[in-house]
Write a protein that binds this ligand. Structure first.
Ligand SMILES: Cc1cc2nc3c(=O)[nH]c(=O)nc-3n(C[C@H](O)[C@H](O)[C@H](O)COP(=O)(O)OP(=O)(O)OC[C@H]3O[C@@H](n4cnc5c(N)ncnc54)[C@H](O)[C@@H]3O)c2cc1C
Length: 380
């Protein structure tokens, strides 16, 4: 494993950072958050400059980048605006990696080139009101009727559904003995009749946010199945490693942004005749944060390398998700404390990191569930 980024990878960092300084200023981010508006201009700029094609195969218009390239991109995006990073993550994980792994030739040729050009957006509908951590207990039914499946059910927290063209919808197609069986994933056109989307009011992640989606007698074409009928649970496992990688990279980038803000404040805010960073109570917080950031960053690159080698395990993914989420939450909290009253004011960005980071230990599998996975892998 090589911990030194290549010249090309340093170029990804530098060129993307330069672009984002232009198209994703702190003022722009604040406005998107306050007005609950998706960062469409910044997203379009990424598309125009070819960034959305970074990890796509060359035959579909991509640059053929690696999982490490993807992690670097998500880290930089997360540093500038986490929700922009999460938009890109959803498109590349669900619209590119998942479709390439499980899609038919028609689905791949129709969707992947457009995803890589930023012309299609994707989201993921798994969680339901009665199945969160116990995700495979999902009840949304898809019943085969000739050339289509009739879908009925309710999903909660489908992030970005209102700005997506397609949703990977996880449904129950067969009532079998084991709840992980009889699950089928569909690439559902989000504009189909019978789909009702309602944005949810949330503590953070307000720019794109998340939604509740009602499916009432939605006719989903039979050729919209992603992968094999009734085998959807196993299928999703093959691309969720990219979800773990992207979320962890974006959140480590966001944590670094909170840290940088707090560090600068600690150097310039004077109390009792000296910068507050000279007080050990403050400097030790920053030292702890720096250590957490370095560990998180190293873990992200290590996991990306494991994914590239096909050696990643459920235990690796859980450790990564657990550590990067908990460290982001701690760093956002400590950074806000270092800002004092300014940290609590909406005018400064620390409150946004504090609010956004709270999702990290909940979404995509809670920290408790990650600990359960690690404990099980230890034979407990
Ligand atoms: C803003 C936001 C965005 C999201 N985006 C998406 C999305 O795009 N697509 C999607 O499908 N889902 C999404 N989710 C759903 C998310 O993955 C779930 O919220 C998460 O898995 C937890 O499920 P739950 O909220 O139902 O909590 P519950 O499962 O009800 O858990 C409640 C508490 O009990 C604990 N708990 C539950 N079971 C156990 C156990 N066995 N051992 C120990 N503790 C346990 C949990 O850790 C948690 O602390 C999103 C959620 C939010 C809030």
């Amino acid at each position: 494993m090589n911990f030194e980024l290549t010249a090309d990878q340093k170029n990804i960092q530098n060129h993307l950072s330069e672009l984002l300084k232009d198209v994703c200023s702190q003022e722009y981010v604040r406005k998107c958050d306050e007005t609950e508006t998706p960062p469409r201009e910044a997203f379009n700029a990424l598309a125009k400059n070819g960034w959305l094609g970074l990890i796509g195969p060359e035959e579909y218009g991509g640059a053929g980048g690696t999982a490490t390239d993807l992690a670097i991109m998500l880290d930089v995006l997360g540093y500038h605006f986490e929700e922009l990073g999460l938009w890109v993550f959803r498109n590349l994980t669900y619209g590119c990696v998942a479709v390439l792994k499980h899609g038919s030739k028609e689905q791949i040729e129709h969707m992947v080139p457009k995803v890589l050009r930023g012309e299609l957006s994707f989201c993921f509908g798994l969680t339901e009101p009665d199945s969160g951590s116990d995700a495979s207990a999902l009840k949304t039914r898809a019943i085969h009727q000739g050339d289509h499946f009739l879908v009925n059910g309710r999903k909660v927290y489908t992030s970005g559904m209102d700005i997506s063209d397609y949703c990977i919808l996880v449904t129950r197609t067969n009532l079998l003995e084991k709840k992980q069986q009889g699950i089928t994933n569909f690439l559902v056109d989000t504009k189909l009749p019978g789909i009702e989307v309602k944005k949810l009011a949330t503590l953070g992640q307000r720019s794109i946010g998340t939604t509740e989606v009602l499916y009432s007698d939605v006719k989903v074409p039979a050729n919209a199945i992603l992968g094999e009928l009734d085998q959807g649970w196993k299928g999703a496992d093959t691309y969720l490693c990219y979800e773990r990688l992207c979320l962890s990279a974006a959140r480590t980038g966001a944590a670094r942004a909170a840290f940088d803000f707090a560090l600068e404040h600690a150097k310039t805010r004077v109390q009792f005749g000296k910068p507050i960073g000279k007080f050990q109570a403050v400097s030790h917080k920053l030292a702890d944060m720096k250590a957490m950031l370095d560990i998180a960053q190293t873990m992200v690159y290590r996991y990306a390398w494991l994914v590239e080698q096909g050696k990643d395990t459920r235990q690796d993914a859980a450790i990564l998700k657990l550590y990067t989420s908990e460290s982001y939450k701690s760093i956002a909290d400590m950074s806000l404390q270092i800002l004092g009253g300014y940290g609590y004011c909406m005018e400064y960005p620390l409150q946004r990191f504090f609010r956004d980071s709270r999702l990290a230990t909940i979404g995509g599998g809670t920290s408790e569930i990650q600990r359960n996975i690690i404990a099980t892998s230890l034979g407990l």
